[in-house]
Design a protein around this ligand. Structure first.
Ligand SMILES: NC(=O)N[C@@H](CC(=O)O)C(=O)O
Ligand SMILES: [Zn+2]
Ligand SMILES: [Zn+2]
Length: 345
């Protein structure tokens, strides 16, 4: 198969940042995806429906003419997000979920939740109104090995939370381990998961190929090959509770190539093409449309997009860097290398 036409996909986990960075990265996503769940970890975070309305307007204003793209907004859950905000979320129509960052777990998570038990009334309001909770699922306990933080999160936080709130819908974001894949597989209808292309394509060796590779550093960090294989298995399985979320997370080159480099990979420039590579390598191109275009809308209770995109099997060169913001550039995944699929114009 050298050409593949799909219902236009959506990205269920995306960082668009703000200001000039937003202007620089948004076209890459909007050319490929119909909608995206936009992460709220700005500085300061998107905490209220009012914040989200303003951010949404900035996104729409940054959208190049002729591109149809719908940002689906999220709120950043803090220890003090009041239950009353959830009714406003429901009424807004454009805020689709709240995001749980364990405080200190990842980029801009300082204002995150210190203990989920502090926000139970707010989570209960979400369960009641059918608003999903999106979870960065890693414990922050420094005693836990960085490669084990996701697996430990399942036992310490995820399972007790789901037991306490049997009606809460949860998306386990950017899963990276066989434990998370297995957990979600067995968790029942109200639990979904997003999977990035980079976790389907690379294992942790990619962090050290020929030297330390800061552009392959993200959170949760890449894992062993057995985990990559487990993620691929569920991604191509046709199970509708696993769907596409790129977690494209731009950081300027100078903040990645640094003594203490930021976590996050920029993948939006090939946001669907990289998944085509992963599915193709697994002989499962026929499963890509479900994963990329049908299952996310199904979980969120939205219709699939009405139009299509076409990908062709062609070698595309990726620039060494892309324009970004603040005088800095952006180093995309595969910079100076190639991607094996091309988005038709
Ligand atoms: N994935 C990352 O490594 N970084 C994300 C935050 C996140 O999704 O955890 C970012 O905002 O840069
Ligand atoms: Zn995260
Ligand atoms: Zn993310």
């Amino acid at each position: 198969m050298n050409s593949l036409t799909l219902i236009r996909p959506d990205d269920w986990h995306l960082h668009l940042r703000d200001g000039d960075a937003l202007k620089a990265v948004l076209p890459d996503t909007a050319r490929r995806f119909g909608r995206a769940i936009v992460m709220p970890n700005l500085k300061p975070p998107v905490r209220t429906v009012e914040d989200a309305a303003a951010y949404r307007e900035r996104i729409l204003a940054a959208l190049p003419a002729g591109l149809n793209f719908e940002p689906l907004m999220t709120l950043y859950l803090t220890d003090v997000t009041p239950p009353e905000e959830i009714a406003k979320v429901k009424d807004s129509g454009f805020v689709k979920a709240l995001k749980l960052y364990p405080a200190g777990a990842t980029t801009n998570s300082d204002a995150g939740v210190t203990d989920v038990n502090k926000v139970l009334p707010t989570l209960a309001a979400m369960a009641e109104l059918g608003i999903p909770l999106l979870v960065h699922g890693e414990v922050t306990d420094p005693a836990i090995d960085v490669f084990d933080r996701e697996a430990v999160f399942i036992d310490r936080v995820m399972k007790p939370l789901l037991d306490k709130l049997p009606d809460l819908k949860v998306v386990f974001e950017h899963i990276t381990t066989q434990q998370a894949a297995h957990f979600v597989w067995c968790a029942g209808e109200r639990v979904g998961a997003t999977i990035t292309a980079h976790h389907l394509l690379m294992n942790r060796n990619a962090l050290f190929t020929g030297g330390i590779r800061p552009h392959h550093y993200c959170l949760p960090v890449l894992k062993r090959e057995v985990h990559r294989e487990a993620l691929l298995e569920v991604a191509i399985s046709g199970n509708p509770r696993f769907f596409l979320g790129t977690d494209s997370a731009p950081h300027g080159k100078s903040t990645k190539e640094a003594a203490c480099g930021c976590a996050g990979m920029y993948t939006a420039h090939a946001g669907i093409e990289l998944y085509a590579e992963a599915f193709d390598a697994a002989g499962a191109l026929d499963r890509l449309e479900g994963f990329a275009s049908r299952f996310g809308p199904l979980f969120y209770g939205l219709p699939a997009n009405a139009d299509t995109i076409t990908l062709t099997r062609e070698t595309v060169e990726v620039p060494a860097s892309l324009p970004y913001a603040g005088g800095d550039t952006l180093v995309p995944l595969r910079a100076g290398e190639t991607v094996g699929w091309k988005l038709a114009d």
